[in-house]
Ligand binder design. Structure first.
Ligand code: NAD
Length: 509
């Protein structure tokens, strides 16, 4: 317990350029495996560990502390004490900004190491992981820069009163995140929560804890005060549940499945009615109208929208809705684009797709592929996994899908595209909105009237017009329906981590 960290520090001066160089860097890595509680790296109190495996090779990466209720209690106590001490919560926003920008700079210095940790831990291609780390850094910088530019309000009262509306941090925020974009999803939660002055406890996914633990040591180096940022690796049903049921946690910031999101709302009801912000699953429709001007570009985006990150993307464009008059031709273009997106060694910068995160997810995706065939969808590409040892599934495309089929309704979270045909705008909208989810949607058309009409009628947190997933940090990200109720990114993300307080003063006339 409490031994000093032995994690190697690999400064990102020169970028590895090929598979061999990335492999060489990977072999130098020394993982932090302990929880980070109250400024210290410690084993779980129970001594339990969980095994994290590289899904591209099947080899064991590390035994990581598996925290539970006892560790959660310690972290919550430290977080609360830090909040009450106020050395972060009441520090001026400008000073908090300086510390968070320093953390962003440290992440930049360690960019290659952080990307490598995510690639080894969950199988994503290194080029994609590097993009994620850029996204995480940009989120931290944007949010840090925002926090000292947000003003309170003065209410429009008469002269006898002064009504001040001020924003205050909530207290203790537990951020519970998934494995598909380990560090980027983390940044989307912790950046606004910390910038607003909260104490944050991060629970990374049990499938990808390594970059979060590395981030903990960088946060210490950046000068975040004791107890303000802590990391508890472990399982959802142990440490995640303990945080969610805690009477001292004021907010749950969650990204993950709809099923677990529903559980978290119950835990909040069973405990202290803590705020629960959910970013959950999706089955996002991408609608291609026959008047789309650039079908090759649309096909390329349609393929990227589902096969990027092996399809393990919440906003994957997993339902492709194509106007029947161009369907045959368009699907052929998507199949062609997908041929260039085959999975490969995640350490090869040329690989577009990597390995599925673990055996469970791999089996789940293969089961859906089998079900699609049994339900009568037409297999146009893929369908068979690659030979091992890694967990690789190629781009798989089903045509003639109907809304009743599981491959057309359920979130598969893998590289499986379901193609539907439609004859007119109303039919396209009805198909698109016939879903429990409402995270993202795409519209491809040159007709501006149609684009606006359809965009407004789509039940979706975001609509992409003639692109897919292009937006930067300046716009909010989140879902409607069972895709959740939270908003990450943009200035709106700060709303979730601040309380509005009214101060009403009576003044002498
Ligand atoms: P998951 O719901 O299984 O797990 C997410 C996190 O919740 C993990 O850290 C897990 O340990 C924890 N957890 C599980 N059970 C818990 C419990 N009972 N109490 C507290 N915590 C618990 O999801 P996943 O498999 O890690 O990620 C895939 C899902 O995430 C997909 O549905 C995907 O769409 C969604 N996702 C959504 C977004 C978004 O922004 N909307 C982004 C990325 C991923």
């Amino acid at each position: 317990m409490n031994t000093p960290t032995t994690v190697s520090t690999i400064i990102s001066t020169t970028a590895p350029t090929n598979q061999t160089e990335w492999q060489a860097l990977a072999e130098k890595l020394d993982f932090e495996t302990r929880a980070y509680i109250n400024d210290r790296f410690v084993d779980a109190q129970s001594g339990n560990t969980l095994t994290t495996i590289n899904p591209a090779t099947g080899s064991v990466l590390a035994e990581v502390a598996s925290c539970d209720d006892a560790d959660a209690a310690l972290a919550v106590k430290a977080a609360q004490e830090a909040f009450q001490r106020g050395d972060w919560a009441r520090r001026s926003p400008t000073q908090r900004k300086v510390t968070l920008l320093k953390l962003a700079d440290l992440m930049q210095d360690h960019k290659h190491e952080l990307a490598l940790l995510d690639t080894l831990d969950m199988g994503k291609p290194i080029s994609s992981a590097l993009g994620d780390i850029d996204g995480a850094i940009s989120c931290l910088r944007y949010t840090a820069e925002s926090i000292d530019k947000l003003y309170g309000e003065v209410a429009p009262t008469g002269d006898n009163n002064l009504g001040l509306i001020v924003r205050e941090p909530l207290g203790v925020v537990a951020a519970i995140v998934p494995w598909n974009f380990p560090l980027m999803m983390t940044a989307w939660k912790i950046a606004p929560a910390l910038a607003a002055g909260n104490s944050v406890i991060l629970k990374p996914s049990e499938k990808s804890p390594l970059s979060a633990l590395r981030l903990a040591s960088l946060s210490k180096q950046a000068g975040l005060p004791m107890g303000v940022f802590q990391v508890l690796p472990g399982y959802g049903h142990t440490v995640g549940k303990a945080l969610a049921l805690s009477m001292q946690v004021d907010c749950l910031a969650f990204t993950g499945s709809t099923q677990v999101g529903k559980q978290l709302m119950q835990y909040a009801g069973q405990s202290n009615l803590k705020r629960v912000y959910l970013e959950c699953g999706g089955k996002s429709p991408n609608i291609i109208f026959a008047d789309c001007q650039n079908l090759d570009k649309a096909a390329q985006h349609a393929a990227t929208a589902i096969f990027h990150n092996q399809g393990e993307v919440c906003i994957a464009g997993s339902r492709l809705l194509v106007e029947n008059s161009i369907r045959e031709d368009f699907v052929a273009r998507v199949v062609k684009a997908a041929e260039q997106m085959q999975p490969g060694d995640p350490l090869d910068p040329e690989s577009f797709m990597g390995a599925m995160v673990d055996e469970t997810q791999y089996r789940r995706v293969l089961d859906y592929i089998q079900q699609g065939q049994e339900e009568g969808a037409t297999l146009r590409a893929g369908g068979e996994p690659l030979n091992g040892p890694g967990l690789f599934i190629p781009p798989t495309i089903f045509d003639d899908v109907t809304p009743k089929m599981a491959v057309g309704r359920e979130e598969i979270f893998g590289p499986v595209l379901a193609v539907f045909g439609f004859d007119n705008e109303d039919e396209a909208l009805a198909l698109a909105n016939d879903s429990d989810f409402g995270l993202a949607a795409g519209v491809w058309s040159q007709n501006i009237d149609r684009v606006m009409r359809v965009s407004r009628k789509l039940q979706s947190g975001q609509v992409y017009v003639n692109n897919w997933a292009g937006p930067d940090m300046t716009v909010p990200f989140g879902g409607v329906k069972q895709s959740g109720n939270g908003r990450d990114k943009s200035l709106h993300s700060l709303d979730e981590y601040t309380e509005i307080k009214t101060i009403w003063m009576s003044l002498q006339p």
